[in-house]
Ligand binder design. Sequence first.
Ligand code: 7O9
Length: 509
Amino acid sequence: MARCRPRCSKADCKQWTKQNALLLATVAGVVLGVVLGIAMREANLSKLDIKYFSFPGELLLRMLKMIIVPLIICSLITGVATLEGRASGKLGLRTIIYYMGTTLLAVILGIVLVVSINPGRYGRNSVSSGSNDLQVEPVDAILDLIRNAFPENLVEACFSKIKSVRVPIMVDRNVTMIYQINSTAIPGGATTVPVKTNTMVVEKEVVGDYKLIIESKSGVNVLGLIVFCLTFGLIIGKMENEGKILVDFFVAFNEAIMRIVYIIIWYSPVGICFLIASKIMEMDRPEEILTQLGLYMATVIVGLFIHGLIFLPLLYLIFVRKNPITYIVGVSQALLTALATASSSATLPVTIKCLETNNKVDRRVVRLVLPVGATINMDGTALYEAVAAIFIAQSNNIYLNFGQIVVVSITATAASIGAAGVPQAGLVTLLIVMAAVGLPAEDIELILAIDWLLDRFRTTINVLGDSIGAGIIAHLSRDDLKDIDKEDPKVPRKGTDNFGYENEEDTHV
Ligand code: 7O9
């Protein structure tokens, strides 16, 4: 990315502005969104009017989401197909070490901050209404994750994922004999509940056993798609001549999708402005929430800032030995989109474009590492979940010993990795972390009031973590990648300019 130095001529500055027009427009979109949002709060619009007002923002989200499924499918397939087995193995190992390492680092940072700041020291300041339907069984969540990795139907995987639900088995009271025989075998005994039928109220026995019902929920089953695409890409990459037509097809498909992404990105400043403005207008009594949860919010935000502005750039500096600030400026468009959409998957097209075009990261690495990163690498989410769980313990005056804190750090890391595979992830994964150390599930309501705002910040850090990871992994794998280039110059690898044409500038490896 060209930079405007203090002594640059007028022409240089003009060129800089031209090159960075999109970024400037996005920054303007964010600023305008904040100003518009604050100004329109005075108008006291109804919820319905705010929904109408946010329409241009909704359109941006819809367009980004529309492109995700074809984008990840062809990115992953071309990503592995154009890498040799040996190189992709090494790359995969580095990717996993980076994801696990940075996520754990974020969690530890979060825990250190929440324990030293102690934001829950004032005790509970809001009474939760206590609902019991929030129970989550960690075993079922993990098995669902594995089930989702192997979808029954690939087409269905593009729009729905599965979730298993435990339903208690009930028996009529007048078959007590059967129940009594059963109940001796079931530890914990049985309880009685009244169940209403069409004609009368019949007593039913809860036997203490459960049926596991597998339901499908709407949402992309990314895990299933990733597993299939990686396998498919690996196979067609190994198939030599017969597979070549398929590799070429997906390479061309990928190019076409990226050109659509460029069009959507030009619309993004408008969408971002309306998304931010409408969120600010929607805020309910911000002063009250700020005084109640201010310290907790501050802990999360300080943690995210330290991770994103100190730890991650430092890692980049250590491994790549290039200026991390230039690198971060290169992905700032993606960071702003993450802030506005609160979704790293919806931001994925923008992140890919930024890394390829501005930062010139090797395309094969971007295509492989980013979709996987958007799915399993969530540093911000992991930090947030660790802080949230310990904050809830603090506000209930529950003391967590060192062992329990270690459990929180491990479950928070695991939960952020599995989040995308679990339906209604945000809530469910935090519940798993809380359940692991025996915290009351209903207390999650304490922090829900501010979740939407913290979601934006943690998503930004999730996207930054993925981007810096791609830069580091591309740099570490540069020799392997060069070896393949020499042996088999199969597909174009370098970054593209804004119009998707080849750009012969030095690739960032
Ligand atoms: C945050 F690979 C992709 F792009 F296709 C992809 C598609 C869907 C990747 C992930 C997903 C997905 O469903 N992700 C998901 C993530 C689903 C539910 C919850 C979360 C967690 O989200 C973060 C959070 O809440 O902390 C955050 N909003 O990074 O998007």
